[in-house]
Design a binder for this molecule. Structure first.
Ligand SMILES: [Zn+2]
Length: 485
């Protein structure tokens, strides 16, 4: 079975064949860091993280870069609104990106290049393009000469003559052709700038990604991804710049995820303004948000609504209940040791791989997981009905194998840790808090009844396990003892 990936450039599914297997080079356009990221961006990050996990599961060694656009008009504008330094603002939202991404189980990239760390590479790239006649300088700006590149428009399927109709020359621009776009912009007074052969200025957005991508992953990479809103002009221009400079292919597979559609009427009514990922994560567990983002095929539109997230939350709850109950009944650890021998388990495994091999169809893959869960529930009932001996033991073996498989499949989708480990950790913390509160009330009760032996016993035993009690006029609080290491 071959893994197939839909390539935006060819508009069809293609067999996946990286240049240097088992290595796969992969670049995703990261956030412009001027605000919390939107739930639509979260879809891109989660989809790409899942693709990366699946490629790894299929035996590839993925070298993955995702940039931060930390210099941009939006950043400069927002900083002047808030009175914050532009670079401090960018730094703050890089931190916010990692917080939310970590919460969603999005693994850190191998490299997170920042645009402002790659200004020399961008200047070099612009110089190469000028040397080849693909770019020119006008009044401190550098422009890409679109007509110098024959393949312009191929990625997005646009005709250069149609593009000309919508093209404009903005005030202050000195382009030779309205189609041309800026590689380098002379800086206006008060704006951040870097020295260049053309005077102080800053890079255009498109050249940032070309330079970061090629300097970390090479001149031809395997997969370049992003939201479908980036196909034109961002990726079209990235492709033109990179191929214009190197004369080599830039990307083998262009992968773009679909839009998140929002019914605006519904949004104002029931969603309030929770369109940033942080607002979604305040209302829903991360597992539910990630599950929801993977519940449709990545290329299809996904409708964003409170109901959809609630549905995802209840689906995750059913999944979790089924697995946790079965683990308690059948034992979880034995699951790893049980070879996936039965035809039933092999069949599920194959169906999951088939779904994911078909252009990462997570919607189908999730369906396969739920089929496995319903089989698991059947085994549980068989066990409940089985009298001692043979039937019960066989059901228990099969169930243990199934549990292991379900958790492996969830792991490939990045859901296992979110559903089990993290939820368990926060539940355990809550439970511990409640139990200590209960002991404090029992101690207070003992003291009120002058049963000091009991109250001292509770205090000392808590201290022995690292919990220190402090009595205040308003009541007793508990603190963790300082670590003794
Ligand atoms: Zn980009």
């Amino acid at each position: 079975m071959a893994l197939k990936i839909y390539n935006t450039a060819s508009r069809q599914k293609e067999d996946f064949a990286p240049q240097n297997p088992p290595v796969v080079t992969m670049y995703n356009c990261g956030p412009t860091v001027y605000d919390f990221f939107h739930i639509g961006n979260a879809r891109n990050f989660v989809v790409v993280d899942t693709v990366r996990r699946y490629l790894r599961h299929r035996g590839f060694q993925v070298r993955f870069a995702q940039n931060f656009t930390d210099i941009d008009d939006k950043i400069i504008r927002r900083a002047s609104e808030t009175g914050e330094a532009w670079d401090a603002l960018a730094q703050r939202f890089i931190g916010e990106y990692f917080k939310a991404a970590d919460a969603l189980g999005i693994e850190r990239a191998d490299i997170h290049p920042r645009a402002t760390d790659h200004i020399p590479q961008m200047i070099t790239l612009a110089e190469r393009l000028i040397a080849r006649g693909s770019a020119y300088e006008r009044g401190g700006d550098v422009y890409y000469r679109v007509r110098s590149f024959n393949g312009y428009g191929e990625l997005s399927g646009r005709d250069i003559n149609d593009l000309l109709e919508g093209a404009r020359v903005e005030v202050g621009e000195q382009k030779d052709d309205p189609l041309d776009f800026a590689l380098w912009k002379a800086s206006k007074p008060g704006e951040p700038s870097w020295p260049s052969p053309w005077g102080p200025g800053r890079p255009g957005w498109h050249i940032e990604c070309s330079a970061m991508c090629m300097s970390h992953l090479g001149e031809t990479i395997d997969i370049h991804s992003g939201g479908s809103d980036l196909v034109f002009p961002h990726h079209e221009n990235e492709r033109a710049q990179s191929m214009g400079a190197t004369g080599k292919p830039f990307v083998s597979y262009w992968l773009h995820n679909g839009f998140l559609t929002i019914n605006t009427e519904k949004m104002s009514k029931s969603l309030g303004n929770f369109s940033t990922i942080n607002e979604a994560l305040e209302k829903f567990p991360a597992a539910a948000v990630r599950f929801y983002l993977l519940s449709a095929h990545y290329r299809h539109p996904l409708d964003y609504s409170l109901e959809a997230l609630e549905e995802a939350q209840s689906a995750v709850g059913r999944l979790r209940d089924a697995v946790v109950t079965a683990e308690k009944l059948f034992g979880s650890r034995q699951a790893d040791a049980t070879p996936a021998a039965s035809d039933e388990i092999a069949g599920i495994d194959t169906a999951f791989t088939k779904a994911m091999d078909d252009d990462f169809n997570t919607q189908k893959a999730i369906g396969v997981i739920f089929e496995a869960v319903s089989i698991l529930n059947e085994k549980r009932q068989q066990l409940a009905c089985a009298t001692d001996g043979g039937g019960g033991a066989a059901a228990a073996m099969a169930a243990a194998g199934l549990i292991g498989l379900i958790r492996r499949m969830l792991g490939i989708l990045g859901l296992d840790a979110l559903i089990f480990t993290q939820a368990d950790a926060s539940e355990s913390a809550k439970l511990a808090d409640q139990l200590i509160g209960l002991l404090i009330r029992a101690r207070t009760l003992a003291r009120e009844n002058k049963q000091f032996k009991i109250s001292d016993f509770i205090r000392d035993e808590l201290d022995a396990i690292g919990i220190r009690l402090q009595d205040h006029p308003s009541g007793t609080i508990w603190l963790r003892n300082e670590s003794k290491e």
